[in-house]
Design a binder for this molecule. Sequence first.
Ligand code: PAF
Length: 280
Amino acid sequence: MMLVYAKIDSLQEKLTSFKSNISIGFVPTMGALHQGHLSLIEEAKKYNDIVVVSVFVNPTQFDKKEDLDNYPITMDSDLRMLEEIGCDIVFTPTANEMYEDGLKSEHFDFGGIEYEMEGAFREGHFDGVGTVVKRLFEIVKPHNSYFGEKDFQQLQIIKALVKLEQMNIRIVGCPIYRELDGLAMSSRNARLTVAHRKAAPFIRETLLKAKEMFGTENAVTVLQWVTDAFEKHPLLALEYFSIADEKSLKPIVQRIDNHDYRGFVAVMAGEIRLIDNIEL
Ligand code: PAF
């Protein structure tokens, strides 16, 4: 039977009752679960004795109040999905439980990756993510923790966090899960209007064409082509497109052998902000 805890003390009491050789896999989420989250949980189930999932909409990682206020909350169906998939323990804290000294973020030095892309467009976002994930890791003390590659920059930030804090946790990145028409799964997709939902697969299609172009053209040409493609689109507004080094996340200056590059995109589909990326 799946156990649900809202209090840190009761969760930790349960976790410390397990033998020391029991491995714990952890999937932190903000709820509004979809197939992408479930694929992380399936991965965690394969390699761990116990799977813990947290459901907590973390206020400190939102730079806009209306984005936080509108974030979908579907706790009943989340718990049903988690029970069905065979999750062992769910942690559903309140903001007071997680932030007993008030809603403040710690400031982290992640070596510069925090200032690129999402960091440049969403002020304080990665300090908020770092703060809550560090706290969750301290509470759950997992052996392995699973993150989706849709938030590729977040995945790199979490890898930097465990290094910085010297936490002995293996961070596992899992492939992007997509709808049949190619749109990357996201809790935010549920809030798209019918017209924007219909238009949204254009993001993936454009990334695929950019990948093809990057085989023969230089980055400046690809960048210009992607910018033009979105400028012509009536419903999708490009916030950024960046071809960046997978490790430093810095925009490419010149292609260097043995470096891996990715195309990263953020797009406004009406009121809803969508991100996606592609290995190049
Ligand atoms: O990716 C998310 O859902 C969130 O950023 C996370 C990692 C659960 C932290 O709040």
